[in-house]
Design a protein around this ligand. Sequence first.
Ligand SMILES: C[S@@+](CC[C@H](N)C(=O)[O-])C[C@H]1O[C@@H](n2cnc3c(N)ncnc32)[C@H](O)[C@@H]1O
Length: 311
Amino acid sequence: MSFTYIDLFAGIGGFHQAADSLGGICLFASEIDTEAKRAYSANYGLAPHGDITKISVSSIPTHDVLFAGFPCQPFSIIGNRLGFDDIRGTLFFEIARILEAKRPRLFILENVKQLSRHNKGKTLQTILITLENLGYKVYWNILNALDFGLPQKRERTIIVGFWNHDVCFSFPTTKIKGKLEDILEPDDAVDEKFFASERIINKRLAQHNSEYYPSIWHENKSGNISSYPYSCALRAGASYNYLLVNGRRRLTPREMLRLQGFPDTFQIVCNDSQTRKQAGNAVPVNVIKAVLKEALHAETEAKRQQRERAV
Ligand SMILES: C[S@@+](CC[C@H](N)C(=O)[O-])C[C@H]1O[C@@H](n2cnc3c(N)ncnc32)[C@H](O)[C@@H]1O
């Protein structure tokens, strides 16, 4: 069944990918970064509005579902406020402001795993209480992209809210393993610029012997190497330099997008460094697709039971 949605802090549209695959129709997106906006427009034919703090609720269309992968910066502000109940001035407040005015029937929010532990859990509590006070039945969990068919260890806090309090929701508990083989390009198809020099490769091979092939090697700041049949979490910063395919080369932007569940039909229109940043910031598409599917199913089931009770 089709539903309408808005995509806040839209990045390159991890939520958009998941929603459209389940019948979603995007009515509005907001993203502040010029290059991410360009990638979003090119891929979805919809130009995101800019800074959400400058957008009045009257210019946001009524919608069924709100998605937001809000930046992690503001939660430190939320937690540090006296009393922990004042969310004004944070980007989470922008979500609360829109929920209050528009009352979509469902929302899905995403943030880093650390949100759940921040300030001894008080920050997340503030967020959950705020959402409940707006009238929503709220669920949260930490999900790992590794369990959703993506070979990337990426744990994220996911918050789901329903306007209909009769909905009984459970987070998906799938354990689908993805394979690096399905993500990686053959070395001979990868541009030379992604490869380390022979000297560096030999130095690494002398230092570490992986028990997996293919594998992603992770080199930490002190130069220690570990390797796994999956990637550590992609990040927006330079951390990509420390993720090495079989110890020999960096990941390509296309491989990074695949690690986040973006299909190859996603057009790369920005340069390597922008695309790496965008991929590192994105939400894993497979995780949101599984959560959204479960949420839509739980809503349908609640409605069916309401109808049954009515007769
Ligand atoms: C964690 S990323 C979300 C990425 C997105 N979920 C995706 O799949 O690509 C947060 C995004 O919020 C954007 N952002 C930060 N402040 C913003 C603001 N005031 N208004 C709109 N977007 C903002 C950032 O540029 C960044 O792209």
